[in-house]
Design a protein around this ligand. Structure first.
Ligand code: ADP
Ligand code: MG
Ligand code: MG
Length: 253
């Protein structure tokens, strides 16, 4: 069993406090959904989990299986089994996608970066086919000429290949066609069924056709303001965030 715990996290970037005390958890076998209006801090949280040095932790902690990873460099967090897929991944033209996958697997296995792993490539090709990703991505530079949908599928491919303890995906359903959403949704359920804990953000209830969330958190202005179930996602889709916030305020009052 693995558990990622975000404990009262306060984070600043660009000289401004963005996260103002965020707490949440995700454990093996769970699919946890994070929602919230644009600018509420979802990507900031995910970048902070990944260890992006632009995001300064002011207070609180990030624990993996009870141990703080807050001060570890990104590669050590990854080596311990925390994989973070980004909302807007960047291209790395100098590195072939196949080489990057091999290097990631080697880091996870505690091997040398360049140790060959032909079985992994064969497995990656099989996963790519299931995700509807063209085989030529492997010989291209990472992200070079990837469409939005290819970026998202490529991140999910990495998760399926690596089977991390914790998988964090920032809007994995954005910019995908319906087949892509289905494939990504299926992959998310497969990851959780095989023991990964999945934390993802989304803006859309349509993803519920393919995933069954364990828990839903809603963020606003740098705080988690609500924890609920998939009914929350459906209601937000129906009425929008601002109306939803008014509704729950009435309920709470
Ligand atoms: P979300 O993913 O929920 O849309 P973000 O985490 O991307 O929200 O952004 C939250 C707020 O933090 C926004 O106001 C955004 O402009 C600000 N922000 C995010 N990253 C940075 C940064 N590196 N420097 C300055 N401000 C940032
Ligand atoms: Mg956004
Ligand atoms: Mg975002």
């Amino acid at each position: 069993m693995a558990k990622l715990e975000i404990r009262n996290l306060r984070v600043a970037a660009g000289g401004k406090e963005i996260l103002k005390g965020v707490s949440l958890t995700v454990s093996s076998g769970e699919v946890v959904v994070l929602m919230g209006p644009n600018g509420s801090g979802k990507s900031t949280l995910f970048q902070t989990i990944a260890g992006n040095p632009k995001y300064e932790v002011l207070d609180g902690d990030i624990l993996l299986d009870g141990e703080s990873i807050k001060d570890l460099p990104p590669e050590d967090r990854f080596a311990r089994g925390v994989f973070v897929g980004f909302q807007s991944p960047v291209a790395v033209p100098e590195v072939r996608f196949a080489f990057m996958l091999q290097a990631m697997l080697n880091i996870r296995a505690g091997k040398k970066l360049t140790d060959p792993n032909p079985q992994a490539l064969a497995q990656a090709q099989k996963i790519a086919a299931e995700l509807g990703l063209k085989p030529d991505v492997f010989s291209r530079g990472v992200g070079v000429g990837f469409s939005g949908g290819e970026f998202k599928r490529a991140e999910v491919l990495q998760a399926l290949l690596l089977r991390p303890k914790i998988v964090v995906l920032d809007e994995p359903d954005s910019g995908l066609d319906i087949d892509g959403i289905a494939a990504v949704g299926k992959a998310i359920m497969e990851l959780s069924a095989s023991g990964s804990g999945v934390l993802l953000s989304t803006h859309y209830a349509r993803v519920l056709r393919f995933i069954k969330p364990t828990r839903v958190y809603v963020m606003a202005e740098g705080r988690v303001i609500l924890e609920g179930d998939e009914g929350v996602i459906k209601r937000i889709e129906e009425v929008g965030y601002q109306n939803y916030f008014r509704e729950i305020q009435k309920e709470l009052a």
